[in-house]
Design a protein around this ligand. Sequence first.
Ligand code: NAD
Length: 303
Amino acid sequence: MKTLIVGSGVVGEATGTVLCKNGNSVVFYDVDRKRLEILKGKGLHVADSIDEAVVDSTVIFICVPTPTVNSSIDLSYVEEATVNIGKALSHTDSYKVVVVRSTVVPTTTRCRVVPLLQKHSGLVPGSDFGVCMNPEFLRDNSALEDSLNPSRIVIGELDKRSGDLLEQMYLSFKAPIIRMDLDTAEMVKYASNLFLATKISFFNEIQMICAKLGLDANVVGKAVSLDPRIGEYGVYGGRPFEGKCLPKDLIAFRGFVRALNVNPKLLDAVSSVNAEMSGHVSKKSKARNARTNLNKVQNTSRV
Ligand SMILES: NC(=O)c1ccc[n+]([C@@H]2O[C@H](COP(=O)([O-])OP(=O)(O)OC[C@H]3O[C@@H](n4cnc5c(N)ncnc54)[C@H](O)[C@@H]3O)[C@@H](O)[C@H]2O)c1
């Protein structure tokens, strides 16, 4: 299948590389020329112009950033990419599927991406082009490995034709493929990340209580993790959740549900435990740095 990746960072590169390994012809596009040079250096095909690349492709993945700004998701990159894809779609009459791979809050694909594609292409969604939402679950530090071995493939679809076409690309994967509507696929991604954040904060709270009692939180975590319903991820405590996704997605989702007049009490607590844990860790590292500096001074004075 001729595939275009729009936004070729961590997720775009991993998605495209894996689809390429599975026999698809993949072209990468990015607004950042340096990024494209790096991919070219790795022997991957890159496009200079999004217009031609869209016209030449059957499936187009949107993998652009969705940062959190002022406690809510910033969709400007997704919108810009969508407008450009929509304009390019107007130059073609072959059926194509646009796939949102970026993490976006529920209703984004249906209520923002689909109307923008329709407006800028002048085409009819569902009959002239298809749309899917296909969240990525990779971890930043093992992106390619995770993309090669996904635990599940979630396909949110505008209609059956869109989902059927995207499913074709994943048939060689061993992972279960689960199909659903667009909004549900977006929710699956947040539910997964929010649960992981909650689990980490839960065990951080257990760790803080263990510290008060003089107990070894690692022994507690290990023994608890052997329950197959619980598992090992995040059970040892002692570190806040960090990285590119969990903190930003937790903040954006809390902002999103507040706007729906939902009070996310548990998620607020998850956030506050994480802030407390970050405070402990930075106090400890400040103390460690102070000790290192003292050692340096002592070592220097000995020299
Ligand atoms: N990194 C992760 O661990 C991870 C995991 C799962 C999901 N996600 C989600 O995937 C999305 C992408 O994340 P990432 O980590 O790959 O981001 P990234 O910053 O590594 O890459 C995004 C790329 O998109 C490019 N870009 C921005 N606007 C563009 C446009 N209009 N057209 C073309 N290219 C454009 C940027 O130059 C950049 O190279 C986000 O929504 C993120 O939340 C990330």
